[in-house]
Design a protein around this ligand. Structure first.
Ligand code: NAD
Length: 260
């Protein structure tokens, strides 16, 4: 089944982790891709992974900072100039931020994390939704987190930003459903990507793998999720099959959120 034949998919954070996994999955199903990231080398690696699976795939890479609105406007324009449309948008770039008590979090770190994770998602929606409204169709998947639905602790900026992503999704889905555009969020639990390795290193230093085992011991599935598992979900949500799923949040966490 090729759900993305002739479809254009725009992905932020396409240079790593969940963005890369989703990019490879939709490319296998026929998508043309516009990848956006701060990390050019990461995007080149993603492009190579796509071409290894689908040698004829069309992929453009755009270096941009999602926290800067003019760069967001430019990546949207570049995608439309190149492909003529945007069928689906995975609004996914994000950072984990520091892990510590709220009083020690620091205003600068709070601003940094919220700027990337929340403002970046808002700017992305703002500019992509203009295009999709005019087209009369489109789907947007924003990346929230289990930390966007419940408190996890020691993550003030992350929790605030991801709760914000959930709020934006619920709000804008209500506005744009009438224009044929659906907007949803995913709430991943612990998926083994470079970001999660970074979080575990903050907790366990060189013993981060041990910290990881302890972390997943409370998960009903007793393991980390795999980026490909998120890729399958995102591909479904970006496809026409999920058009009637709107203004809501889908968890993918192995049941981890039972403990909150
Ligand atoms: P990752 O670190 O592997 O990938 C994130 C990518 O985003 C990187 O390539 C990075 O360069 C890019 N990025 C960061 N800031 C950017 C900016 N300002 N502009 C452009 N690109 C930027 O992490 P991941 O796990 O793939 O995370 C992807 C998304 O999933 C994030 O929003 C993250 O918060 C969310 N998430 C991840 C998990 C998990 O367990 N991995 C759980 C919940 C939510």
């Amino acid at each position: 089944m090729k759900r993305f034949e002739e479809k254009v998919v725009l992905i932020t954070g396409g240079g790593s982790g969940l963005g890369r996994a989703a990019a490879v999955q939709v490319a296998k199903e026929g998508a043309k891709l516009s990848l956006v990231d701060l990390n050019k080398e990461g995007m080149v690696e993603t492009k190579l992974a796509i071409l290894a699976a689908v040698p004829e795939a069309e992929v453009i890479i755009i270096e941009a900072n999602c926290a800067n609105e003019s760069e967001v406007e430019a990546y949207v324009k570049q995608t439309v100039d190149h492909f003529g449309k945007i069928d689906s948008f995975f609004n996914n770039a994000g950072v984990e931020g520091k892990q510590n008590l709220t009083e020690e979090y620091g205003a600068e770190e709070f601003d940094r994390v919220v700027n990337i994770n929340l403002n970046g998602v808002f700017y992305g929606m703002r500019h992509v939704l203009k295009v999709m409204k005019e087209q009369g169709y489109g789907s947007v998947v924003n990346t929230a987190s289990v930390g966007g639905i419940r408190g996890v602790g020691n993550q003030s900026g992350y929790a605030a930003s991801k709760h914000g992503v959930v709020g934006l999704t619920r709000n804008s889905g209500i506005e744009y459903g009438q224009f044929g555009v659906s907007i949803k969020a995913i709430a991943p639990g612990a998926i083994m990507t470079p970001m999660v390795e970074g979080s575990l290193r903050q907790l366990g230093g060189d013993n981060w793998e041990e910290a990881g085992k302890e972390f997943v011991s409370v998960n009903p599935m007793k393991r980390f999720g795999k980026p490909e598992e998120v890729g399958y979900l995102v591909a479904f949500l970006l496809s026409d099959q999920a058009d009637f799923i709107n203004a809501t949040v889908i968890p993918i966490d192995g049941g981890q959120s039972y403990k909150y």
